[in-house]
Write a protein that binds this ligand. Structure first.
Ligand SMILES: Nc1nc2c(ncn2[C@@H]2O[C@H](COP(=O)(O)O)[C@@H](O)[C@H]2O)c(=O)[nH]1
Ligand SMILES: [Mn+2]
Length: 377
C-alpha cells in the first residue's frame, strides 16, 4: 500500500490541517509498520494520534491509533410514533425519566452480572477481570459525560428515532493504560505491539472485549429508553431498524488485496453499502449514511462534525444566550445549560459542510433533526 501525502487529503477536508495536526499525521505515517493513513473531514488534534484518522498497519498494532474509549460509537433505532407525539409536558417527563433510567455514571441498586457474551470471553489479566466484575457491571447501561448523548430525533417523515453515543466507559481506559504501560516505541513517541506475540494478542483480545462491551452498553441504554417511551408515549422500538457503528477500533481488514490491521480513531468504517451514523450536534442535523467504499479513504468516513473550538475556547466564546438560541427548538434540561456551553452547536464544525466534503466517502440515507437531548454535562 502506498502512503498518501498529507497534501492529498485536501479533497475532503473542511478546514486546512493545523500545523500540529499535520505533524501528528506525518509522525503516524512514519511509524514502523504503518502502510497507509487517511484523514477524515472532522479531523482534529488529540493526544497520541488525531481524532478523525484511519491507519492501516502490517505487523504492528498501535493502541494510540484507537484511543482510550475503545469501541465508542453510535447506535440508532426508530420508534413507532411520530416526533409530534412529544409536547412540552411529555418531553419533560421523558427527560426526567432518562436521568433515572440511563444514569451518567453508574447504575443504582445491586450490580447485575455482565451479559453472557462478556462473561464468556475472559480479559487477559486478573486485575482487568476484577474491574469488569466491579466497575464494568455497574457501568453497563450508563452514558458517561462530555459529548456522550442520548437524543430523540425526527426524520423527514416526522418519524421518531433515538440516537445514542457512548463507549466502553472505565473498561476501555483501563485496557488502554494496561497495554501501553510497557509497550515499545515504534516511532517518535508512538507505541506499538506485535500482533503475534503475547502482549499484542492480549491487547487485541481486550480491545475486542471492550468493543463488545461498548455495543452492549449502547443497547442497554436504548432498551431503557424504550421503557421510558412506552410509559410516556406508548411507543415501541422497531428493532429491525437498529443501526450500530463504532468509531474507535482495530481489526483485520483486506485492502488492496492485502491483509492489514485497520485502526480507526474517530472514524467509521464505510465499506460499499455499509450502514453508518454521522451525528452533527445537539442543535443541528444528524445523518444515517451508507458507505461508498472509497479506497483512498481506507473505506472510512467521518464519525461526526468534529470540534471547531476546544472546550476552553467554547466556554469563553459562547454565551448562555447564544447557546439557548442554537438549541432553540430542542428539549433539554435547561437547569443544566451552563454546564453544556462547551457542547453548544457552535463548538462543532458545520455538519452540512462535512457531509458535502465527504460525498465520495458516504451517501446520506436519512436526515434527522434533534428533538430532545439528554447529556450529563
Ligand atoms: N446529534 C448530536 N451529535 C453530537 C452531540 N454532541 C456531539 N455530537 C457529535 O458527535 C461527535 C462525537 O465525537 P467523539 O469524538 O466524541 O466520538 C462529535 O464530533 C459531534 O459531531 C449531540 O448532543 N447530538
Ligand atoms: Mn465517540
Amino acid at each position: 500500500m502506498k502512503p498518501t501525502p498529507v497534501e492529498d487529503y485536501a479533497g475532503w477536508l473542511v478546514d486546512p490541517l493545523t500545523p500540529e495536526a499535520a505533524r501528528s499525521i506525518n509522525r503516524l505515517q512514519r511509524a514502523d509498520g504503518v502502510c497507509a493513513v487517511a484523514v477524515m473531514p472532522d479531523v482534529h488534534l488529540s493526544t497520541g494520534v488525531c481524532v478523525g484518522v484511519a491507519a492501516a498497519a502490517c505487523g504492528v498494532v498501535l493502541p494510540q491509533a484507537v484511543g482510550g474509549d475503545i469501541g465508542c460509537g453510535m447506535a440508532a433505532v426508530a420508534f413507532d410514533a411520530p416526533a409530534t407525539a412529544l409536547d412540552e409536558r411529555s418531553a419533560a417527563r421523558v427527560l426526567a425519566a432518562c436521568y433515572e433510567a440511563v444514569p451518567a455514571a453508574r447504575r443504582r441498586g445491586p450490580a447485575e452480572p455482565l451479559p453472557e457474551p462478556l462473561r464468556a470471553a475472559p480479559l487477559s489479566d486478573p486485575a482487568l477481570q476484577k474491574l469488569a466484575r466491579r466497575d464494568g457491571a455497574v457501568q453497563l447501561g450508563t452514558l458517561g459525560r462530555g459529548n456522550h448523548f442520548l437524543e430523540l430525533q425526527a426524520d423527514q417523515e416526522d418519524r421518531l428515532w433515538a440516537m445514542v453515543h457512548s463507549g466502553s466507559r472505565a473498561m476501555g481506559q483501563a485496557v488502554f493504560r494496561r497495554h501501553t504501560e510497557h509497550a515499545p516505541v515504534v516511532g517518535e513517541g508512538l507505541l506499538g505491539l506485535a500482533p503475534d506475540d503475547a502482549a499484542g494478542r492480549a491487547y487485541l483480545n481486550d480491545a475486542q472485549w471492550c468493543a463488545r462491551y461498548a455495543q452492549e452498553n449502547r443497547l442497554a441504554m436504548l432498551r431503557a429508553l424504550e421503557g421510558v417511551l412506552r410509559r410516556v408515549l406508548g411507543a415501541r422500538a422497531d428493532w429491525g431498524s437498529l443501526i450500530h457503528s463504532d468509531h474507535n477500533h482495530v481489526r483485520l481488514e483486506a485492502h488492496d488485496g492485502q491483509e492489514v490491521w485497520m485502526h480507526r480513531k474517530g472514524a467509521q468504517s464505510a465499506g460499499g453499502g455499509e450502514p453508518g451514523v454521522v451525528p452533527g450536534s445537539m442543535g443541528t442535523a444528524s445523518f444515517h449514511t451508507e458507505g461508498r467504499g472509497c479506497a483512498a479513504a481506507l473505506n472510512s468516513c467521518s464519525h461526526g462534525a468534529g470540534r471547531r473550538l476546544s472546550r476552553t475556547d467554547a466556554r469563553r466564546a459562547i454565551s448562555r444566550r447564544a447557546f439557548e438560541q442554537q438549541i432553540d427548538r430542542v428539549w433539554i434540561d435547561r437547569r443544566r445549560a451552563d454546564r453544556l456551553l462547551d457542547e453548544a452547536p457552535a463548538a462543532y464544525k458545520d455538519i452540512r459542510q462535512v457531509m458535502r466534503a465527504q460525498r465520495e466517502l458516504c451517501r446520506v440515507v436519512r436526515e434527522l433533526r434533534p428533538v430532545l437531548n439528554y447529556k450529563a454535562g
